[in-house]
Design a protein around this ligand. Structure first.
Ligand code: ADP
Ligand code: MG
Length: 599
């Protein structure tokens, strides 16, 4: 038998990577403008046509590239920004992966002109689908001018996912705002279809906020008060909205070391400081700039994600809470605030009385049982293996379309087949074809995913009331996503009630969730749904179900008893699939050939 494994050609590998990094014109804008900032540009121009579909051009006056670097920049993992692993913890640049230009040039026609100050002439490069088409010498000004034309020309599926020009232009401007608001020293211009939509001279942060959001006769920033604090751990500065002027369309921005971030926990600190000061349905605007030792944060997350991990979140929560209260108090915004220093503050927990709690109002129907075979209600949580004694004849389309692929060469595992757990991660079984390896977490996630899909289609599920209802506070875009998911979350057993403008109480959760933290689970679901492209309702229902299933499933690393293993494998083999709907492999077979080759 001839060997079948080979390395993918670069063009294919780059296209796969591009699927991760470049999802839409806005992600392309982010990568290109960040490169210009890293190159020290003082003026950056963004020019788009048809919301970036046909043209997305970024012109900067940064340091430019030599002709060798200009070519090298399009290679995957080619970067000038880090060289050794420890550099990752000292990042002061926006880029560091060396993936953006390689990815963009895999899925578009790219033309770049670049020149360094010390060079007489510049370099011009044309590249499309990862193939170099031309490289020559040009006369051009110092800096880099990069034109990305016909984005996704060779990836029709991606093109199909793009929304209307209006929506994509809004996405572009959202991304643009996230960058200009934290780089006020840089001049920016944004031109769309020959119309100048934004022209921002270098200025202070406050002037920049005014320039971006000020429209009416009254200055926008007159609604804001300064906030500023400096501790050994972190420096926080910026502006927050005066409670009496906050409205329904609040602008909420947080940045860390020059990078836009989403941080639900820190958002909660701000909302806690405002509690009691806001009208119902209103939420404050804020523009907060965190400065912290790069060592204390982890930005090595997915390139398109904006969550950032902090080493010391609880301490920063306290510092931010105190600073917000101080800002509100100092400007006499709220003279009645009992202002305490950060060291005196107790860590706020919802159950400690920081917020009033409503008693759960959920009524449970004890006779309801979504499973066809009988399950005693009180055993539902502790006895997880009993929960999938159901056949799946009536699975809705959302399952059959994606994951329920039976394999042709179905391995047979019977009650007498020995099972072995390996590394507390995989279940091994000898079968006719060789050895089957089952990923325990994903197999369980697959089973739960199907359960959840059934529940979604019937809108009924076993719920479990929480002893202490929890409060989930949300940032603006998370709030919007939650609104969209509410009916389905209810169908899955979450009981949510609006608590304040941007908060809900959670009084019951799906029984399958067990002891998992309800707030963390919901946030993860919200972010998973946001991070996945969806064009139709079934698709986000699938993401919702998969996100929950992944969170509920037994973790990797958990030792399983013989009975648990047997039960998991039996349930899984009842309706097996090699992959989860997101493509992750659940089951793999080491066949006799594979085994023989090892000896
Ligand atoms: P990264 O930014 O992660 O290093 P990119 O693929 O975005 O990866 O860029 C690769 C390299 O190309 C950068 O490290 C930088 O050296 C160079 N580069 C890209 N854009 C510019 C620019 N506008 N001006 C100067 N150099 C650039
Ligand atoms: Mg980059």
């Amino acid at each position: 038998m001839s060997d079948i494994i080979h390395l993918l050609p670069d063009s294919v590998a780059n296209q796969i990577a591009a699927g991760e990094v470049i999802q839409r014109p806005a992600s392309c804008l982010k990568e290109l403008v960040e490169n210009s900032l890293d190159a020290g540009a003082s003026h950056i121009r963004v020019i788009v046509r048809d919301a970036g579909r046909t043209l997305l051009q970024v012109v900067d006056d940064g340091k430019g590239m030599s002709s060798t670097d200009a070519r090298m920049a399009f290679e995957r993992h080619a970067t000038s920004k880090i060289s050794i692993a420890s550099d990752l913890f000292q990042l002061r640049t926006m880029g560091f992966r060396g993936e953006a230009l390689a990815s963009i040039s895999a899925v578009a026609h790219v033309e770049m002109q670049t020149r360094r100050e010390e060079d007489e002439v510049g370099t011009r490069i044309e590249i499309a689908g990862s193939q170099l088409l031309e490289q020559d010498i040009v006369q051009c000004s110092v800096g880099t001018n990069i034109r990305v034309k016909n984005l996704f020309y060779n990836v029709p599926a991606r093109r199909k996912f793009l929304k209307t020009d209006q929506t994509e232009l809004r996405n572009l401007l959202t991304e643009y705002n996230r960058i200009v608001l934290v780089n006020p020293q840089v001049q920016f211009t944004f031109v769309s279809n020959d119309e100048i939509l934004s022209e921002l001279p270098p200025c202070t942060i406050k002037q920049r906020i005014e320039a971006v959001f000020g429209h009416s006769s009254k200055p926008y920033t007159s609604h804001l008060v300064d906030i500023s604090t400096e501790t050994e751990l972190v420096k926080i500065s910026g502006f927050i909205g005066k409670p009496e002027t906050v409205g329904k369309n609040s602008q909420q921005y947080m940045f860390v070391n020059g990078r836009y971030m989403r941080h639900t926990y820190f958002h909660k600190a701000i909302m806690t400081a405002y509690s009691g000061l806001l009208l119902p349905d209103h939420s404050p605007s804020y523009f907060l700039y965190f400065d912290i030792d790069p060592d204390a944060i982890d930005v090595n997350i997915h390139p398109t994600k904006t969550e950032i991990k902090f080493a010391d979140e609880q301490a920063i929560f306290q510092i931010l809470l105190a600073a917000t209260k101080e800002a509100l108090g100092k400007f006499n915004v709220s003279p009645s605030l009992d202002f305490v220093s950060s060291t005196q503050l107790e860590f706020p927990t919802v159950s400690s009385g920081a917020m009033p709690i409503k008693a759960p109002t959920m009524q449970i129907d004890p006779s309801y049982n979504p499973f066809k075979t009988h399950i005693k209600r009180d055993s539902a949580v502790s006895n997880w293996e009993d929960l999938y004694t159901q056949n799946h004849e009536d699975l809705p389309n959302i399952v059959s379309s994606t994951s329920a692929m039976l394999f042709e060469d179905n391995p047979q595992i019977t009650d007498t087949t020995p099972l072995l757990q390996c590394g507390n991660r995989y279940i091994l079984a000898p079968v006719e074809q060789g050895i089957v390896l089952i990923h325990q977490h994903r197999a369980h996630a697959h089973i739960l995913f199907k359960e959840l899909c059934v529940q979604l289609s019937h809108s009924q599920a076993l719920t479990q009331p929480l002893l202490f209802p929890e409060v989930i506070e949300l940032m603006e875009d998370d709030w919007q996503t939650l609104q969209q998911l509410l009916p389905d979350l209810k169908g899955l057993g979450f009981v949510l009630e609006q608590f304040s403008p941007q908060a809900y109480t959670i009084s019951s959760v799906p029984a399958l969730l067990g002891q998992k933290n309800a707030v963390d689970t919901l946030l993860q679901v919200i972010h998973d749904v946001q991070d996945t492209e969806h064009s139709v309702v079934e698709q986000w229902q699938e993401t919702l179900a998969l996100s929950l299933a992944n969170q509920m499933a037994i973790p990797q690393g958990k030792p399983l008893s013989d009975k648990e293993m047997r039960d998991l494998v039996n349930r899984f083999m009842n309706d097996p699939s090699r992959h989860l709907p997101n493509g992750q492999v659940i089951l793999s077979i080491l066949n006799h050939d594979d085994i023989q080759k090892r000896f």
